[in-house]
Design a protein around this ligand. Structure first.
Ligand SMILES: [Zn+2]
Length: 194
């Protein structure tokens, strides 16, 4: 067992965390105190920065992370989580937070295929999936403009058949991953009942 490997380091940290009862600082329930759900990107720079820059902490919000803060499919897993947060877990507001310099801005089909080949995925498999109907250009859903991407995610959420009539405010924002500065792109209060 190599003690420097991430998994073993995590298990070791966890043992200490539990033994020292550090969890006592984190007692809350599954309902978001600020009744909101945030969809943001999985970018490493946003870990902790996003919450601190937005003035929120543990217990305040449901946080969903996907590459590029995108909603790929109206009945896919990201939308599923948003719908569960709203209808089952008392969230009644959504914030989509994209960011500048997002990795999804440079994920083209060619580079993605090249990286898969380097990892040992065979051309045969890639061709097979393309023949099966996976159009990588469409599936990757990379974007050039983060503002358009945020507006697109907001639009999918706000117009969702399981949400539209509930008139839930859905806001769009862009965060700077270096400074944490937020820009408001869509103010959901302007077209909701709130
Ligand atoms: Zn990103």
């Amino acid at each position: 067992m190599n003690k420097t490997e991430n998994l073993y380091q995590i298990l070791e940290s966890n043992e200490k965390f539990v033994a020292q009862e550090l969890y006592q600082d984190y007692q809350t329930d599954k309902f978001p105190d600020k009744r909101m759900v945030i969809l943001t990107c999985m970018d490493t720079r946003l870990v902790d920065l996003l919450e601190r820059a937005m003035g929120i902490t543990q217990g305040h919000a449901k946080i969903i992370k996907s590459a590029g803060a995108q909603v790929h499919h109206p009945f896919g897993s990201v939308m599923h989580s948003i719908l569960i947060a709203i209808h089952m877990l008392e969230a009644d507001e959504v914030l989509v937070v994209g960011h500048h310099d997002c990795g999804m801005q440079s994920v083209g089909k060619e580079i993605f295929v090249e990286k898969m080949l380097q990892r040992g995925i065979s051309e045969k498999t890639i061709h097979m999936m393309e023949h099966a109907g996976i159009d990588l250009h469409v599936w990757l859903k990379n974007f050039d403009n983060v503002y358009d991407s945020v507006r697109d995610s907001v639009s999918v959420i706000v117009n969702h058949p399981f949400l539209a009539e509930a008139k839930i405010p859905v806001h769009g924002l862009v965060i700077d991953p270096s400074t944490g500065k937020l820009e408001l792109v869509v103010n959901g209060y302007e077209y909701s009942d709130r």
